[in-house]
Design a protein around this ligand. Structure first.
Ligand code: NDP
Length: 291
């Protein structure tokens, strides 16, 4: 038959959403999950639950992996390694670029090809046209299976042959996501100590967050040019500001781990002689030291 088919291994919230998207598009979907009961709803919608990992791998050339991390992948696939020959493993489990590279070699040694993926949306974004996933690994394999990958997210961004690149782009997004979300928790804690609820500060928090892309764009060009001009902001001004932030949080009796870390980085910039430069000069202290 010409019907398209795919295997999905790992039925957390993401794997479940992916399986659902493939079923909605009329794919034959074989699934496997360590905890078999997580397949129940999908089987009711037409998915086939493979009794073993071997059978899940044998069912289709194209195998989507949606596991917690790469250790979970080894735990799942190692015992079934003989069934890996000829498989294309689209690994959408998140982990470090180094782990993604090692896994691509591991797969190749067993006759399989890994395409690394980094999905940038939560389960609700799976199957949506505007959602996007980073991929890296063999371009020809990516091109050949693009239609299936576009079922997962409508936009697909192949970054290059290096299997670590998709994981790197994912991690670049995640370092921003986690630290930014914690900056919001800090604001909520400060508000709470002053009798304000999260809902009370929501419009202000949203406006503040929405102002950030303009700063990214403004500084990107200057950073790449190595120009940290103090024409619109000076580190000395920033130093005073972040100390006000630290003291406001300390006075309120909330946790100061985050603002103290910011003060520490600004202090190092001041000590390095950047008082009259832009606060963007701090990025030079954060970059990998040149050999
Ligand atoms: P979960 O961690 O909830 O899914 C975990 C899946 O991995 C389950 O199927 C679980 O099986 C399986 N698993 C974990 N450890 C093992 C193991 N040792 N052996 C076998 N199976 C194992 O993750 P999500 O579905 O939320 O996400 C999947 C991946 O996608 C993760 O890497 C995540 O970082 C990434 N991601 C998640 C997003 C989100 O919003 N959720 C957004 C973007 C990326 P069992 O059911 O038996 O526990």
């Amino acid at each position: 038959s010409t019907k398209q088919s795919v295997t999905v291994i790992g039925l957390g919230p993401m794997g479940q959403a992916m399986t659902g998207a493939f079923l909605d598009r009329g794919y034959d979907v074989t699934v496997w999950n360590r905890t078999a009961s997580r397949a129940d709803e999908l089987v009711a919608r037409g998915a086939v639950l493979a009794p073993t990992v071997e059978k899940a791998l044998a069912a289709n050339e194209l195998v989507i992996l949606s596991l917690t991390d790469y250790d979970a992948m080894y735990a799942t696939l190692e015992p079934a390694a003989a069934a890996l020959t000829g498989r294309i493993l689209v690994n959408l489990s998140s982990d470090t670029p180094e782990k993604a590279r090692a896994a691509a070699s591991w797969a190749a040694e067993r006759g399989a090809v890994q395409l690394t993926g980094g999905v940038t949306v939560p389960p609700s974004g799976i199957g949506q046209a505007e959602s996007s996933t980073f991929y890296s690994g063999p371009r020809a394999v990516f091109d050949e299976h693009r239609a299936a990958l576009q079922v997962i997210t409508g936009r697909t961004d192949h970054r290059g042959e290096d299997p670590g690149l998709a994981a790197l782009m994912y991690q670049i997004g995640m370092v921003m996501f986690w630290t930014s979300m914690l900056s919001y928790w800090q604001a909520v804690a400060l508000a709470d100590a002053n009798g304000l609820a999260a809902a009370d500060i929501l419009p202000h928090a949203v406006e503040t967050a929405n102002s950030l892309p303009g700063f990214f764009s403004f500084y990107a060009e200057r950073i790449d040019a190595g120009r940290h001009l103090g024409d619109v902001d000076r580190l000395a001004m920033g130093m005073a500001s972040v100390e006000h932030v630290l003291h406001t949080n300390a006075d309120a009796g909330v946790d100061t781990t985050l603002p103290a870390a910011v003060v520490e980085l600004f202090r190092r910039g001041m000590d390095a002689g950047h008082a009259a430069d832009s606060f963007s000069s701090v990025v030079e202290l954060m970059k990998k030291a040149e050999a």
